[in-house]
Design a protein around this ligand. Structure first.
Ligand SMILES: Cc1cc2nc3c(=O)[nH]c(=O)nc-3n(C[C@H](O)[C@H](O)[C@H](O)COP(=O)(O)OP(=O)(O)OC[C@H]3O[C@@H](n4cnc5c(N)ncnc54)[C@H](O)[C@@H]3O)c2cc1C
Length: 361
């Protein structure tokens, strides 16, 4: 007890004998940092959310060597590997698991691949973006590796010290990882700047290595089967990465009225979002839901029409740079987070905006 008290006093007095120790210790951790990124790709490109995970890996340590793990089949995964190899100067290695059965991401096979790659590479950190893909795969891979994952990281203070939201985003919690390697986490892509100038990386592309997946245990992998994907084809930007998001709530009253929002979104080059109440009422599909149980967005401009501002909705959009709210109730909670508020009927405001906003060229 006395020794602990003495140590605490020493740390408080910021004694010079403590400070160098802390620096050397943290430097020695940094020297052994190597991160594996569990990467998602589409159409021959690494997805922007994965680029954010790579940016987060850079925050862990600039001396970090970063490996990117991709899985898939055909020319699409090969093209994505080329992209991964030249997307960031710190990416030193791209590992590709290529097979017909890996065309669609299934947590069972991914978890086995991550385990095998970890056994060979002994990474200190394994990261993925907090998307449906990352949230599906990383926890299973963590269970297989017998470590406890940290989810939804929004800030990396030190290689093993992270900040993540709790209570639907109403409080931030600082978490220290004290377990064995690897330290596994999902990061919120809205909190890490994914776009890097890739010139330096292009000059010195990472090596691409195809990994042997003959070891995959068919008994485990065969437990689940990919049936189909049902998704909406849209010309509009992806909700998770759009610079402008226009969201409608229950007040829109019908799927037909949501088309008004879609027209406005087209004019503004925006993505359309919805509250859970609007999704549950069947006005729009659930991949448009923003909030605690939907997508987390942080666009430059978020415009909410007829959205009350329930905490579960705010959890998904409160980090937006500028928030505009249109609601006919002046006491609606959404106005507490809005930068600009308009107390008005959305059925008057939207047609007026449609008339005044010019067509997007
Ligand atoms: C576990 C859990 C998870 C949840 N997750 C989510 C989530 O991820 N995302 C989410 O959104 N919700 C989520 N919810 C639901 C959430 O609590 C709210 O019920 C929901 O967000 C309300 O949606 P709303 O604002 O569209 O509807 P309402 O609360 O009904 O609000 C409608 C608003 O529209 C205004 N209005 C009405 N008519 C007009 C008009 N003509 N013009 C202008 N304004 C008008 C009203 O004044 C009101 O403020 C979750 C709930 C739970 C319990």
């Amino acid at each position: 007890m006395a020794a602990i008290a003495a140590l605490k006093a020493l740390r408080k007095s910021s004694s010079p004998c403590f400070a160098p120790f802390r620096t050397t210790f943290s430097q020695s951790i940094r020297r052994f940092i190597s991160t594996l990124i569990v990467a998602e790709h589409d159409g021959g490109f690494v997805k922007p959310s994965t680029l954010s995970a790579i940016a987060a890996a850079e925050v862990v340590s600039k001396e970090n060597s970063i490996s990117v793990l991709l899985a898939g089949s055909g020319p699409s995964v090969e093209k994505a590997a080329q992209h991964a190899a030249t997307c960031h100067p710190l990416v030193s290695e791209v590992l590709v698991a290529k097979a017909e059965e890996l065309e669609h991401p299934m947590a069972e096979s991914w978890a086995e691949i991550v385990k095998m790659v970890q056994q060979k590479g002994s990474y200190s950190h394994i990261m993925a973006a907090s998307t449906s893909f990352g949230k599906n795969i990383l926890p299973r891979a963590a269970a297989v590796l017998d470590v406890s994952p940290i989810t939804d990281v929004v800030q990396i203070s030190e290689p093993r010290l992270f900040v993540r939201p709790i209570y639907a985003g109403n409080a931030l919690c600082t978490v220290q990882y004290t377990g064995l390697d690897p330290c596994m986490m999902t990061i919120r892509s809205t909190s890490f700047q994914g776009e890097v100038n890739p010139d330096a990386a292009k000059a010195n592309p990472a090596t691409i290595t195809q990994i042997d997946i003959s070891f995959l245990n068919q008994e485990i992998v065969g437990k689940s089967k990919w049936l189909s994907l049902s998704s909406q084809e849209s010309e509009r930007p992806d909700l998770g990465n759009a610079r402008v998001v226009i969201t409608g709530g229950r007040a829109l009253k019908s799927a037909e009225n949501f088309k008004l929002l879609e027209k406005l979104a087209e004019k503004l080059g925006a993505a359309v979002g919805a509250t859970r109440a609007a999704v549950d009422a069947g006005y729009v599909p659930n991949d448009l839901q923003v909030g605690q149980t939907g997508k987390i967005v942080a666009p430059e401009l978020y415009i909410a029409f007829g959205v009350s501002g329930a905490i579960q909705h705010l959890a998904g959009m409160r980090d937006s740079k500028v928030i505009v709210a249109v609601n006919k109730d002046a006491d609606a909670p959404i106005f507490q987070v809005a930068d600009y508020g308009l107390v008005a009927d959305l059925f008057e405001v939207i047609p007026e905006l449609l008339e005044k906003v010019p067509e997007k060229k």
